[in-house]
Design a binder for this molecule. Structure first.
Ligand code: C5P
Length: 239
């Protein structure tokens, strides 16, 4: 296994592909020591059976469905997801304290992470949905809400990782998508940084999607990302 160091702190997002391609990618990349994230795209297309196949090939996944509904509905949905043996699940912190508490209870023993502000949103986009504050302030506010509701951690952009770490302390799990190498396309993301910057700022793990999966050679793209992480320690909280 190449990824004895920080590779276990990288979740490769299996977006933009069907189950056969996802399984092929997982088999090619799992030996590098990374983990995988199944999101709405693949879960809606391939369902729990698809998730089970991915997990059989690549280990427990980060199941990132970003649930956001009334507490009882989220509780029941999360209970069903808890049976999948995933690494952890996500809910939107904006669903409120009662929804978060319901999700945390139903998720056990899976990790329950709260998504703060999507990395695709900038200040203008936030204002357009009625949030009259900066992304940084909103991330801090929602991180506190998630902590008080008992969430294991939060998802935020690399740019807020340092402030969230300071706010939540050492025990909280921080995962950051929005990872891009310098000079590569942002796609629909706004608040981006490199994987190394994200981990150095206090994130426990990063999500790398299109920068790896849309590359003509995903294995080479991932190896370049991992080379950039050389020397960083494996994350104790991610294991
Ligand atoms: O392709 P890219 O690296 O932008 O993929 C980012 C992944 O992280 C996607 O699967 C997306 O759903 C997820 N995500 C995000 N922003 C969040 C939470 C999750 O982009 N706040």
């Amino acid at each position: 296994m190449v990824g004895a160091g920080a590779a276990g702190r990288v979740f490769v997002a299996l977006d933009g592909m069907g189950l056969p391609a996802a399984l092929e990618l997982v088999r090619a990349l799992a030996p590098l020591g990374v983990r995988f994230k199944v999101g709405l795209e693949l879960f809606c297309a391939a369902g729990p059976a698809g998730l089970a196949a991915v997990q059989e090939a690549g280990g427990p996944c980060f199941l990132d469905l970003k649930l956001h509904d009334i507490p009882r509905t989220v509780e029941r949905a999360v209970r069903a997801l808890a049976a999948t043996g995933a690494w952890g699940i996500t809910v939107h912190a904006a669903g409120g304290a009662a929804m978060l508490r319901a999700a945390v209870q139903a998720a056990a023993p899976l990790r329950c992470l709260a998504v703060t502000v999507l990395t695709s949103l900038d200040g203008d986009a936030l204002r357009a949905v009625g949030v009259g504050t900066t992304p940084e302030a909103q991330v801090a506010r929602l991180s506190g809400l998630a902590r008080d509701a008992g969430c294991d951690g939060v998802v935020c952009s690399p740019r807020e990782a340092r402030a969230v770490r300071d706010l939540l302390g050492a025990a909280a799990l921080i995962v950051t998508p929005g990872v891009r190498s310098a000079g590569t396309p942002r796609d629909d993301q706004s608040r981006v940084a490199t994987a190394r910057e994200a981990l150095a700022a206090g994130a426990d793990a990063v999500v790398a999607g299109r920068s790896v999966t849309a590359s003509p050679d995903p294995r080479a793209a991932l190896l370049a990302l991992l080379a950039d992480l050389g020397g960083l320690a494996p994350g104790a909280r991610v294991g």
